[in-house]
Design a binder for this molecule. Structure first.
Ligand code: F6R
Length: 242
């Protein structure tokens, strides 16, 4: 596991964007695994900037996102499809038909999950997967539990996640309680993983991850089983861990 300490959020976003740029330069048809939440917003702004300046061409990439709320369609401003269009896809030269987000409106979520995994496998897997991390150690919406699920599946959000995500909604009651999420088995199949750690409230769970522990109670620790993980962390978080 490679740990990169950066001065601030801007530098984190820039570093991650440079890594994506390199991946796309090496393989213009790369499959990019993307995340939502506040952490990758700076990265997406950097990518938009690079694309506008002609430094990176997304016309042949495919993107796959980690998760979506169940019950929200892509026009709902709180959905992750809307987030991705609004924060990235509408501003770069990606072919929208090759941007995939799990369908939270699917009648049969189990089947949707199976099809999503099949699609990723058919694409040849994810070349680089961007991850954020929850304050409880969740990765995508794989919440701490006695057991974790390998493939894309339906999951119930924990109280802590609902509370954390309520900042994007008018009231906490509006936050969906279920999601469809890529499982850790699928995430760990990615060729390269970049975990972005933004915010000192993530320090505790990241400390455990860096201790080399592997526990389903802190799903991020599963990343200890992957051979190519880069963690980009703000200095203020690292100060609390070291
Ligand atoms: C989002 C996702 C989540 C977030 C995590 C951190 O697609 O999968 O795991 O990465 O909840 O969220 P932020 O970045 O808002 O702190």
């Amino acid at each position: 596991m490679k740990v990169v300490i950066v001065e601030n959020y801007k530098e984190m976003s820039k570093k991650a964007a440079d890594m994506i740029k390199e991946t796309v330069k090496e393989n213009p048809e790369a499959v990019l695994g993307l995340a939502t939440g506040s952490t990758p917003e700076g990265l997406y702004n950097e990518l938009i900037d690079m694309n506008k300046k002609g430094e990176v061409d997304f016309s042949n990439v495919t993107t796959v996102n980690l998760d979506e709320y169940i019950g929200l369609d892509g026009n709902n401003t709180q959905s992750y499809r809307y987030f991705m269009n609004n924060k990235l896809f509408d501003h770069i030269n990606v072919n929208k038909e090759r941007t995939f987000v799990p369908n939270g409106m699917a009648e049969n979520i189990e089947e949707e999950g199976k099809n999503y995994d099949k699609k990723i496998d058919e694409l040849g897997g994810i070349d680089v997967q961007i991850l954020g991390i929850g304050v409880n150690g969740h990765i995508a919406f794989n919440e701490p539990d006695d057991v974790l699920t390998a493939g894309t599946h339906k999951t119930k959000l924990t109280k802590s996640t609902i509370e954390a995500n309520s900042r994007f909604f008018d009231t906490i009651e509006e936050v969906p309680t279920e999601a469809i999420t890529m499982g850790l088995g699928q995430i760990l199949k990615s060729k390269k993983i970049i975990l972005l750690v933004k915010g000192i409230n993530k320090a505790e769970v990241v400390r455990e991850l860096l201790q080399g522990v592997i526990t389903t109670k802190n799903p991020s620790t599963m990343l200890n089983m992957h051979r190519d993980v880069t963690i980009i962390m703000e200095k203020e978080v690292y100060e609390l861990i070291k």
